[in-house]
Structures are given as C-alpha cells and as structure tokens.
Design a protein around this ligand. Structure first.
Ligand code: FAD
Length: 493
C-alpha cells in the first residue's frame, strides 16, 4: 500500500514516520528545496538562525516517534531541559528571570513584582489540572468521532466544565486571580503561544503555562532545526522517500483517493501523476481545498474562520554579547491591551510592541561568531490582509531599535551587522499558510476547537489532514499530535 504526503512540515514528516511504521511505502512531496516548513533554518554570513519556532515544549511527542520506530533517539537527537524559562523586562526597570524551578520562580515573582508566591504556585497547579482534563479530550483524539465524546475522559470533562475557564476570557480570569498587573501581563502572554488575543480568547488556554513550567521548556542541542533534521533522518532510515522542489498541484479523487499530480521540477507547465492508496495533506487546509481539490465540496464555514496572528521577525547578527540577556527574553509593551487591539482590530503593529528576543548562540555557541550573538526578534503581527507591510515594517524596526536601546542602555543600531526579515507575506509565500497565520485558525472564541477541520475527509475516503491548520491546532506539539491522530486512524498493512 502506498501513501503520498503533501508537505514536509513537521506534521508531514511525523505522519510519514508513523505510516511507514504501519507498513506503508511512503513518499513525501515538498514544494521547497528544504524540509521543515516553518521549522527550518538558514545561514546569514557567519550566523545561523532557526527561521520559525524557538520554544520547544512537550518533547515526548518527538521521543515517541523514535520509540515507535525502534531507533535509539540518542543517535539522532539530543536536547536539554532549560534551567531558566525566560527573562522579562519592563520599561520601568523591573526585571524578572524565571527559573525552571517553580518554587524559585514564585519567590522571585514575589520579590520583583510583589505578586504573592502562593498565587504563582496555585495558578500553576490549576493549569496542570486544566491540562489533565483537556489534553486527553482536545489534544490527543479526534473531536470528530463519537467515541471521543462517550469516553471516560469526556465524562470527566463534563463534570469539571465549570472549572475549565470556558466562560471567561484569559485576561478576565488572570485579572480576577492575580494581585499585580505585571503578573497578569506575564500570564496573558500565553495567549500568543497559539497566536490569539488574551482579551478575547477563553481562559481555557490557561493550560499553556503548565507546558512551560511544569513539564518544562527544552532546547535541542542543534537548535530548533535539530527537530526537523533528526526526524527527516529517522524517516529516511525507515525508507521514507522525500521529493524536494515537488509541488503537488492536485489531489486526484472521486469518492476515494486515487493519487497526486505533481509539478515537474524542470518544467513547471507539466505534471506527473502518481498513484496512491492514501493521501495526507500537510498543506494548510484552505489551499488544500481551494487549489488541490477545486471540484470537491468545500467546508466554507471552517475555511472562512478568522486566522491566528502572524509574526514580523528580524534576524540580526549583533556584534556584541549581552550578559543580561538569556535564550528567551521578553520586553513588554507598556499597554498590552492597546497592543492586541492594534493586532486584531486595527490589523497593524502597535508603536510600543512587546518584543520577544531569542538568542540560540547563548546555548549553541557556533550559531554566532565569537563576541557576537544571533538575535531573532519576533513581534506579534496581524495576519496578512494586504496591509502596507513595507511601511509597517520600517516603523516597527525603528520602534524595536529604540525600545531595545532604552532597555539595554546601549545603542543597538550600529551593532546590527547583518539582517533578514520575515513577515506575514513571506510566511505565506514560503509555507502556503493562509494570510501568513502562524497557527491556523484563531482561538479567539470559545468554539474555536470545534471550528478546525477534522484530520480526515468525510467525503473522500483515504484522505487525511495534518499540521497546524487542522485539529488540534498550531504549534509543534499539536502538529505532532495531529500526526499521531492520523496514524491512529490508518489501518496497518
Ligand atoms: P508547515 O510548517 O506549515 O509546513 C507545511 C509544508 O507544506 C511547507 O514545507 C510547505 O512548503 C509544504 N507545502 C505546502 N503546499 C504544498 C504543495 N502544494 N506541495 C508540496 N508541498 C507543499 N511553534 C511552537 O511550538 N513553538 C514556537 O516557539 C513557535 N514559534 C513560531 C514562530 C514563527 C515565526 C513561526 C512561523 C511559527 C512558530 N510556531 C511555533 C508554529 C510552528 O512553527 C507551526 O505550528 C508548525 O511548525 C507547523 O507545522 P506544519 O506541520 O503545520 O507545517
């Protein structure tokens, strides 16, 4: 039996590994000349950068793929648990370095922010509880099978519905709970982990801190791209075939999948037809329907849902080292509410944006020359609606330089010796993600989980969907989880 996979994003690669383990002959067709989609890497002079994700949580989803394949993970992939989660900076001079030791974190939060240590401990416990109830239901199973809703896990969910934060926004819940605005802001930021707005998204998303604090934040020894590189190596060792520069043009199907039409790399006007028994699309669900299945019935309601936020990223080679910075650093906006209003209502970037600064050379020294650092700077940006991005980027760049220069008491501009920029337009172009959204559909409403496409087609037999634009959602762990769900649905051969 033959399986064709469209896209070598992390969801596509993980599915390839799972299907190969089920006995399929697996081929992956990737439009780019590299694997990983958003989770890729590039060099800029003497600097190396991870292009997209920078935070690695829930490594068990990666580990599982090696276990399943009977291969020792240590031969492919190494990672460490970070001793420090993040460094936070506020304009009034407040600083908070968050230790991975939750007791130390709570004590430091009390000292630096005035937030009672007991509240930090309690919120992390509550986050763990929410995760325990919700993960089995929303993250690990298909929501589109009756068995999910009649299981014991579901029953526990119904009984605890009132404790899950469904009826409150994240910000409202955090304001009711914490004593200080800075703690509210720190915990509101978790909405951005799936590209949503804490002033709209339900407090259910307060499960996210559990991942970072209780389970942990991790760093792959070869940088984030190490995840992609090691999984591609594993897949190849199992016999999965990757075809790069191979854009899929059509899924050929009637009521059942028949195969794929693939653009020829040397002649873009012509296509090859390849027969497959099953097809899995890792392409964003909207262009999967619009471009690859133009004649099928399209689930318009799901496809037209508002998209998650996108990002504006500056990759800077910085010819100086800053001891006050760590791997993950946040420089908060003075007006968080205004920042999200600009992102989601005005669809632009606020003049005082929260800056996320990631420096992998803090851990992986060869990512930057001696005495220098590779700065990955991410601003929350709206999805692409045809804004004047060149203007937005130019203004944002000036604001970022001014804010970092103020906070670090150093003129940053002359230290930037090389630069690349990624914006919602280029994200869309490189990965086919609609409007450059980082995490598929937005989670800004409480029904969002039900408004993502299922991991299978109910009309076309043997057609499946994986990745951040379908159930259970965006981010590396969820994209890997979608692959697990698909793997569980496909019969062994
Ligand atoms: P994608 O990465 O979207 O890849 C899809 C692949 O399909 C691409 O390679 C594309 O070229 C290919 N493709 C599309 N159409 C075709 C076609 N017709 N034929 C052949 N190939 C095709 N997540 C985290 O967990 N932590 C983070 O810190 C984090 N930060 C992020 C920061 C940025 C800047 C970005 C961009 C994303 C971030 N994310 C983060 C989100 C995470 O990267 C994604 O959710 C995840 O990588 C999506 O994987 P995917 O499987 O959906 O595939």
């Amino acid at each position: 039996m033959r399986a064709g996979i469209i896209g070598a994003g992390i969801g596509g690669i993980a599915t390839a590994i799972r299907l190969r383990n089920k006995g399929y002959e697996v081929e992956v067709f990737e439009a780019n000349n590299y694997a990983g989609g958003k989770l890729s890497s590039f060099e800029q002079g003497a600097y190396r950068f991870d292009a997209g994700p920078s935070l690695f949580t829930m490594p068990q989803f990666v580990e599982e793929l090696f276990e399943l394949s009977g291969k020792p993970i240590s031969q492919y992939f190494e990672y460490i648990r970070l001793p420090e989660v993040c460094r936070y900076f506020w304009e009034d001079g407040t600083r908070l370095n968050v230790s991975a030791d939750t007791k130390e974190f709570a004590q430091e939060a009390e000292k630096q922010l005035g937030e009672p240590a007991g509240k930090i401990a309690k919120v992390l416990k509550d986050s763990a509880f929410k995760y325990e109830i919700l993960s089995g239901l929303f993250l690990e199973d298909s929501l589109h099978k009756l068995s999910t809703w009649t299981s014991a896990k579901a029953l526990r969910g119904y009984l605890n519905l009132h404790k899950l934060g469904i009826f409150n926004t994240m910000n409202a819940a955090n304001e009711q709970f914490f004593s200080t605005p800075k703690a509210v802001q720190m915990f509101n930021r978790y909405a951005t982990y799936n590209g949503s707005d804490p002033y709209q998204t339900p407090a259910t998303l307060n499960i996210i801190p559990h991942l970072e604090y209780n389970i942990g934040a991790f760093f792959p020894k070869n940088g984030m791209y190490g995840i992609t590189g090691s999984l591609v190596a594993l897949a190849q060792d199992l016999g999965v075939k990757f075809h790069f520069n191979s854009r899929v043009k059509e899924i050929v199907a009637d009521t059942k999948v028949k195969g794929l039409k693939i653009e020829k790399a040397d002649d873009k006007q012509s296509e090859d037809f390849r027969v497959f028994d099953i097809v899995v699309s890792n392409m964003d669900i909207t262009p999967t329907y619009r471009k690859l299945l133009p004649n099928a019935k399209h689930p318009e309601k799901l496809l037209s849902q508002p998209k998650s936020g996108s990002g504006l990223i500056f990759y800077w080679g910085i010819k100086k080292e800053f001891s006050e910075l760590g791997l993950h650093n946040i420089f908060f906006s003075d007006n968080y509410k205004a920042e999200f209003e600009h992102q989601f209502q005005k669809k632009t970037i606020y003049h005082d944006p929260t800056i996320y600064l990631n420096i992998t050379s803090k851990y992986k020294k060869d990512d930057a020359p001696a005495g220098s650092e590779n700065w990955f700077i991410l601003l929350n940006a709206p999805a692409n609606d045809g804004q004047d991005w060149d203007k937005i980027i130019a203004e944002a760049r000036q604001n970022v330089i001014a804010k970092l220069s103020r906070n670090l008491k150093t003129d940053i501009a002359p230290l930037i010796e090389s630069e690349s920029i990624l914006d919602p337009r280029s994200i869309e172009l490189r990965t086919s993600s609609v409007q450059g959204a980082l995490y598929g559909n937005s989670s800004n409403n409480k029904f969002a989980a039900f408004l993502r496409h299922a991991n299978f087609s109910s009309r076309i037999k043997n057609l499946y969907f994986v990745g951040g634009s379908v159930h259970p959602g965006g981010g590396i762990p969820l994209a890997l989880s979608s692959a697990k769900i698909v793997g569980g649905m496909v019969e062994e051969v």
